[in-house]
Design a protein around this ligand. Structure first.
Ligand code: 3EB
Length: 334
């Protein structure tokens, strides 16, 4: 068995994983994330709102395979690891009831501390969910801006040397509280930026007092595979939102931004060429569930009818954004 790889499966495979992820059995072969309208239960993890049940099953399972549960479980963490990767979800007990900036700072500080203790010094991918993302918080900042400040403070306080910011997704949910899961690695990845977009970490302060610390994409290599993690990608060029109110044009810009990232990864970072149609997964977050048919039609034209695309209902960090798309490519090294 290859002990430094991870692979990714979605709905089909994942549905029968429920048995395997039963916490009481102690046999965790899969790091599973469940997106559902139902309240969280003993399946670990995350809850966000899935789009209208009639269009897609009410629950979406996402599973990562190739890492297994660790006997090493400091302070309420449940860890999945192998020779290369660490996957985990920030325990709610660490951050419950804190305002979003403090929750974010504490969560990221805890992540960095865990990475140091466990020996996976590089943060390569994060997913972040919280409610009321564009609502006013305090000190003249909205909740997303406060989240960015907390994350930024944790970066300033930590002592690990990061070679690139992770690829990231930040989505607004209806469920209160901050939910974060992440992948860290023993070896650094390569941050990939989009020449058509200002890097988020260089955004002007009109968007947030402290910049959003993420890479547009991150390319990670191990002995047996290359993984391209594409961050939540929106209809932004330069640093401006494009086509407010036009879901079709926004979808088009998201997809062309993703294509630009692939091209940069191939031409500037030596990634094996890969077509969008060969990707392992896309997650499409829609602010308005009624946009699904329009977006699906558009996406099927680009990716084909059977692409592994999952539609989720979630809010974006700018009120003029209606859609955000993240993507994942896993390319075996033969
Ligand atoms: C953007 O491009 C859209 O703060 O980590 C996308 C992905 C966005 C990640 C983050 C923010 C983040 O600015 C928003």
């Amino acid at each position: 068995m290859n002990t430094s790889a991870i692979t990714h499966g979605s709905v089909g495979e994942a549905l029968n994983l429920e048995v395997n992820t039963d916490i009481t059995s102690g046999l965790h072969e899969f790091f599973t994330v469940r997106y559902s309208n139902e309240p969280a239960d003993n399946i670990i993890h995350l809850l966000t709102n899935v789009t209208t049940p009639s269009l897609q099953s009410e629950q979406i399972f996402e599973s990562w395979q190739g890492a297994s549960t660790s006997t090493n479980n400091p302070q309420g963490w449940q860890l999945f690891e192998n020779d290369q990767y660490l996957l985990a979800c920030v325990p709610q007990t660490l951050i419950a009831n804190l305002p979003i900036d403090q929750a974010s700072e504490k969560a990221y500080s805890a992540i960095f501390e865990l990475m140091q203790i466990c020996g996976y010094p590089f943060l390569i991918r994060t997913w972040n969910f919280f409610s009321d993302i564009t609502s006013d918080g305090y000190a003249g900042s909205n909740n997303y801006q406060l989240f960015c400040s907390g994350r930024s403070r944790a970066y300033q306080l930590q002592s690990l040397v990061q070679q690139a910011y992770p690829a990231a997704t930040v989505i607004g949910t209806q469920q209160s509280g901050l939910q974060i899961f992440f992948i860290a690695a023993k070896q650094a990845g390569v941050g990939i930026e989009n020449s058509r977009q200002v890097s988020a970490f260089d955004y002007p302060t009109i968007y947030s007092q402290d910049p959003p610390l993420f890479s547009r994409a991150l390319l990670h290599r191990n002995q047996s595979q290359q993984i391209l993690f594409v961050s939540g990608t929106a209809s932004i060029t330069g640093h401006d939102t494009q086509y407010a109110g036009d879901i079709n044009r926004q979808t088009e810009i998201c997809l062309s931004n993703i294509e630009q990232l692939i091209s940069t990864a191939v031409h500037e970072h030596d990634m094996t060429p890969i077509n969008l149609r060969e990707f392992s997964q896309f997650k499409v977050y829609l602010k308005n569930p009624n946009d699904i048919e329009t977006v699906r039609t558009h996406i099927q034209q680009t990716l084909g009818p059977s692409a592994p695309v999952y539609y989720l209902h979630g809010d974006m960090c700018r009120s003029d954004l209606s859609v955000e798309i993240e993507a994942l490519a896993i390319i075996p090294i033969i």
